[in-house]
Design a protein around this ligand. Structure first.
Ligand SMILES: Cc1ncc(COP(=O)(O)O)c(C=O)c1O
Length: 382
């Protein structure tokens, strides 16, 4: 196990200019927004400093070394060798997904999501003027899986694109290989394209549990397009650079028909940082995952000792805790009460799905001290 990376102190964090640290008054502890509170990897700092020192601050052009770096990274982490000729650059995962959908459908056609799901995905569907089809995840005691029967029914009714959140934010689940294989067969049968958003993939706790969609099966390679980046795993969201990956020649042709500005609007800093991350920050990533592993278990302990009314399933990846707060007696949307009384900002469950007002998403990509303080603030709100 790698040495856990230590998060920055609260006073250092409060000097950050990112949205997480700017959005709320100084007395509020901010735990929404998927940014981490760890210092970024030294190798990435050095690469960015080197660019600044040489005033290398122009536009991003061809960047094959990033494709090679991701291909090596994905091979060593998940045994998935990506063909570099099948990779393209996008500004970020949001822009990449939106632009891919634009090449695949006409306005009004159907795009599927599985709620509760990353809030911006709802906005992406609206942005491309598609008709949204939600097939909620099946849930049992906070264990989540895909509703394959419901998905097949909707595929049959003419869904064109399915945005798969893999692994799934906010519920913390990794879908098992058998479900993914069945999903790919269904998509092939009904001619649905699956966009697999794998931005959280680098943060899975057990790499063997995660199969990138394009590594699932022949059918998955025929229907799948992966959109991913180094931005969650290595905390580089502000640097703006993502990857679009296909395997089928037909989908490659579609992706090649996208406007060249999709790649041009990404940032040179993002490409350099991502390349360095994939090539040289693997040990740092292991240290972050080790820190997050301690944090996800700390949350369990704090809930058991302090707030047993909260329901929580220890997540399979990353730094997002999906908390059922409906048993706390804090009203319809407990995050509002916690914000007002406890000065703790959490994401309300209502952002992720219509039936999840009683839930909250808590970002634990931070120090044990801040997590402990967050739970004290929830306790104080009761
Ligand atoms: C599943 C998922 N996709 C995409 C994003 C955003 O990615 P980007 O900033 O590259 O658009 C997030 C951010 O939290 C996310 O959780």
């Amino acid at each position: 196990m790698a040495e856990p990376v230590k998060a920055q102190s609260l006073s250092e964090l409060r000097t950050r200019k990112s949205v997480k640290w700017r959005q709320f008054p100084a007395d509020v502890l901010p735990l929404p927004v998927a940014e981490m509170d760890f210092p970024i990897a030294e190798s990435i700092k050095d690469a960015l400093r080197d660019m600044i020192n040489r005033s290398d601050t122009g536009y991003l052009g061809p960047f094959p070394e990033m494709f090679e770096a991701f291909s090596d990274f994905s091979h060593s982490r998940w045994n998935w060798q990506v063909d570099v000729s099948q990779m393209r650059i996008a500004t970020d995962v949001g822009v990449g997904t939106v632009e891919v959908i634009r090449t695949l459908i006409n306005p009004g056609e159907k795009v599927m999501l599985n709620s509760p799901v990353y809030d911006n995905m709802w906005r992406w569907v609206a942005e491309v003027k598609a008709t949204l089809i939600d097939v909620p995840l099946l849930e049992n005691n906070l264990e989540h899986k895909l509703d394959l029967a419901g998905i097949e029914r909707e595929y049959q009714s003419g869904v064109k694109v399915h945005i798969l959140c893999h692994p799934h934010n906010p519920v913390g689940a990794i879908f098992d290989l058998e479900s993914l294989k069945t999903l790919a067969e269904l998509a092939k049968k009904y001619q649905v394209q699956i966009i697999s958003d794998e931005i959280h993939g680098p943060l899975v706790y057990q790499t063997k549990d995660f199969t990138p969609f394009l590594a699932v099966s022949e059918a998955a390679r025929e229907v799948g397009i992966t959109v991913t980046s180094a931005s969650k795993g290595f905390n580089l969201a502000g640097l703006k650079c993502a990857l679009i990956i296909t395997d089928s020649p037909m989908l490659k042709e579609k992706i090649n028909s996208m406007p060249i500005s999709v790649a041009f609007r990404a940032s040179l800093f993002g490409a350099v940082a991502a390349t360095t991350a994939f090539n040289h920050a693997g040990e740092w990533l292991n240290g972050v995952v080790a820190a997050l592993d301690e944090n996800r278990n700390l949350i369990n302990k704090l809930i058991q000792s302090q707030l047993p009314g909260i329901k929580y399933r220890i997540p399979d990846f990353g730094y997002l805790a999906w908390l059922d707060l409906s048993g706390l007696g804090l009203g319809e949307d407990p995050t509002k009460t916690i914000f007002e009384r406890g000065k703790l900002a959490l994401n309300s469950g209502s952002m992720y799905g219509p039936k999840h007002k009683g839930f909250a998403r808590l970002n634990f990509g931070t120090s044990p001290e801040i997590i402990t303080e967050a739970f004290n603030r929830i306790s104080k709100s009761l």
